[in-house]
Design a protein around this ligand. Structure first.
Ligand code: SF4
Length: 391
């Protein structure tokens, strides 16, 4: 008899709606049409039913898009489905929220069903820059929403920030950092603005409406790392910083206790189901991607089948290379034994020359048991990660 496959402990759900499209955004999301949101919620619940028997969620993450855009009734329908399918009780359950769409009743409902972490898309606390990015929320709404979430009992909140925004000066960045830290969140994610193809910001850059100042960007990153370290945060990934409020038992590597466990699972090569339009999952060595089309997604689920656009099974070496690349984004890098246990490959044989090159470039440190990126290496983690990819 074949052994039962291990249950999947990590679950991502994509909500593909936003009130307005931000200037820099390349995620799959759109301003919702009247009846599509209700259809989507039905379809998402149907997809959840189709995979529920393979799940025992330890981490759940609702991302988007703007999950907080769903109304109370729609949230109730989703959360009741989790309950009916026996999927409540995740140790970490995150919902991404836009500060303009947080409400006390939604926050209470989520807490009642076990959501225990909120990720707030703040991006900036400067009204002019929020406008520049096309965000719908105001600085005032950030403070108000944060209080609403705390009052509802959320003790683990992430604040997302962006730097190197066109026209942002170092003074703007310092003052956003100072005000964001004053909120007292447990986690910070800070991303440099990226110019993705086909975004309005990319076209503005191409048209010469502004320049990218690499020196200022680097200085902003340095300011970030130094300032947050002085305020009780520990960097554990290129763009992620968390507080440590208690020791994590049974962790094979050190991370702060408030680190996002859902993302840590990605970076360590763990498997996860991903539901919703455009969502990409990885289960049993197979990478899947759902159609990035909400209409089509609904039609498929209404027929009772998952809306999977592509399935790809990577060779074991290609998958190991990808896992190496993801994991190097974390400050701990890879312990050689840990990597071998996960992938079956030894970094010291397959990637020895690549590691030595990165050490010579001052991008990495190699010890007897571990390989990790330096401060400089983390800043250019994509360059380092590329060296580990295999076809
Ligand atoms: S709120 Fe987030 S997902 Fe929506 S358009 Fe803005 S950046 Fe993209």
């Amino acid at each position: 008899m074949n052994p039962q496959p291990a249950l999947v402990t990590s679950l991502y759900l994509h909500v593909p709606f936003c009130a307005h499209k931000c200037e820099y955004c390349a995620f799959y999301s759109a301003v919702p049409k009247e009846d599509l949101v209700g259809r989507y919620v039905n379809a998402l619940v149907r997809e959840l039913e189709l995979v529920a028997h393979e799940l025992k969620p330890r981490t759940v993450f609702f991302g988007g898009g703007t999950p907080s855009l769903l109304n109370l009734k729609q949230w109730e329908q989703i959360l009741k489905a989790f309950e009916r399918l026996g999927l409540l009780g995740a140790a970490e359950w995150t919902v991404e929220c836009n500060p303009a769409t947080v409400s006390a009743d939604k926050a209470k409902l989520m807490r009642d069903y076990g959501v225990n972490r909120i990720s707030m898309g703040v991006q900036s606390l400067d009204e002019r820059l929020l406008d520049r990015l096309g965000r719908i929320h105001s600085r005032e709404q950030v403070f108000k929403s944060f209080d609403t979430l705390r009052a509802a009992g959320f003790a683990n909140i992430n604040v997302d920030l962006m730097f190197a925004i066109p026209t942002q000066t170092m003074d703007h960045w310092r003052s956003t950092l100072r005000d964001a830290l004053a909120l007292g969140s447990e986690h910070l994610s800070c991303y440099e603005v990226i110019y993705e193809d086909d975004t309005p910001l990319f076209h503005q850059l191409q048209a010469g409406e502004f320049d990218v100042d690499e020196e200022l960007t680097e200085a902003m990153y340095e300011e970030l790392v130094t300032t947050v370290a002085g305020n009780g945060f520990e960097q554990y990934e290129v763009a992620n910083f968390a507080k440590s409020e208690f020791p994590i038992p049974h962790s094979p590597f050190p991370v702060p206790s408030q680190a996002c466990q859902h993302n840590v699972n990605y970076w360590r090569g763990g498997q996860f189901h991903a539901l919703g339009p455009s969502a990409a999952g990885y289960v049993g060595g197979v990478r899947t991607k759902n159609w990035a089309n909400t209409q089509l997604y609904c039609e498929q689920l209404e027929k009772g089948v998952r809306a999977i656009e592509s399935r790809e099974e990577l060779s074991p070496l290609a998958r190991a290379g990808e896992i190496a690349a993801f994991g190097l984004r974390m400050n701990v890098g890879w312990g050689f034994e840990e990597f071998n246990g996960i992938t079956g490959y030894d970094l010291r044989s397959e990637w020895s020359a690549d590691m030595d090159l990165l050490v010579r470039e001052n991008f990495a440190i190699r010890s007897e048991n571990r390989f990790r990126l330096t401060h400089r290496g983390l800043r250019f983690a994509d360059h380092a990660a590329e060296k580990f990819l295999r076809s």
